[in-house]
Design a protein around this ligand. Sequence first.
Ligand SMILES: Nc1ncnc2c1ncn2[C@@H]1O[C@H](COP(=O)(O)OP(=O)(O)OP(=O)(O)O)[C@@H](O)[C@H]1O
Ligand SMILES: [Mg+2]
Length: 416
Amino acid sequence: MGFQKFNFKEEIMNEIKKVGYTIPTPIQENAIPHIMEGKDVLGLAKTGTGKTATFVLPLLEKLKRGDKNVKALIIAPTRELAEQINSTITQLGNGTSLKNCVIYGGVSSKIQIDNLKKGMDIVVGCPGRLLDLLNQGFLKLNKLEVLVLDEADHMFDMGFLNDIRKIIKQTPVKKQNLLFSATMPVEIKKLVSEILKEPVIIEVEHNEAIKKIEQFLIKVENISKKSQLLDTLEKLSFDSLIIFTKNKHKAKNLSRILESKNYNSVSFQGDLPQSRREKALDGFRKGEYKVLVATDIAARGLDIPQVTHIINYDMPDTVAAFTHRSGRTGRAGKSGVVISFATKEESKIIQEIEKLNKTVFTKTTSRYRLEEKEGYQAVKTIEKKENNFKNKEGNRERNKEGNKEGNKNSQKKYKK
Ligand SMILES: Nc1ncnc2c1ncn2[C@@H]1O[C@H](COP(=O)(O)OP(=O)(O)OP(=O)(O)O)[C@@H](O)[C@H]1O
Ligand SMILES: [Mg+2]
């Protein structure tokens, strides 16, 4: 059975059909029933596996228009991701009477304030402007029913955490909280208990990433990176390519170099005014640009199905960032290729990537291909745990059990 099992209203089912979803993805299959029941959920599943619809569909089903209060707030780390989520809500919610809008910085707040005055059921936004409008009294969250943090681990990064805490302070204690990401580093997982109450944790773990997204490594010297890139591009047959650099300046310069070599390239980085950011990303989505040279602002959540290749011109700082960058290709079951340039100094992050994915970069001809380690069997597991995040006295025993259980499971997972 497809989406029928969720018993969504006809107007929602019609839109699901229109967008062409027939079978729920594993995260949708497992998380939607819990979300419908009103539980707090931490949903962890690979990039490109439909986490957005996992939280959007239950919101559309559950929320009722009728007053002007904001009933659901979705917080995302970048303006473009907020726009994308808002479009998904508009698309899937086309048959409902719910109203939704976006709130983020870098643009005039007038339209955003006007929208809020009209009364929005669902607001999607980025922390800074959300907090501004909250403090100015234009945004009120005292009737909030559901809070969603997309890219949850990233929202706990130091850059966002304070604003997130301040926003949450202005929401009712009793509400449903939903957290989603493809990654959840252990040290950040601890912070999750600040927000989630007795959560259901759905972890869809499948190493199909290794099969669907081919990973290559090219060992380079800093000095020869540019010529290596031009050489690689000459040999590469790509539809749509994102090149990641470590800073804005490099993204801008590298894109200029590529344009001068007649590549249809545009840079996408935080120094651009919002209108240029929009123009770059829209143009890239439409295929007007074949190459997007970007910083990590393009690493999370963006769904551009035609991206066939990713090049890490500079390696990212963390394995999570590597995972998210890689995930801009190979969306919704498609395949993709990631080529990473790594200098000697970046060998540590390479080792961490190999360790986390239980893989190894094996030398082929001039480059290294990421392969499964001998004896390692890719598996797909879905874990559900409850209550094991609580730190309160009364829950200690339960915590221990939960952790033990988790350890047992992970041992099982990687046994041959
Ligand atoms: N059940 C489904 N069947 C087919 N396609 C789907 C289904 N659910 C979602 N999709 C499509 O899969 C693509 C990826 O979805 P989405 O952007 O929600 O992934 P994600 O899990 O949030 O990824 P990321 O971790 O990168 O944010 C989108 O184009 C979406 O329309
Ligand atoms: Mg997403």
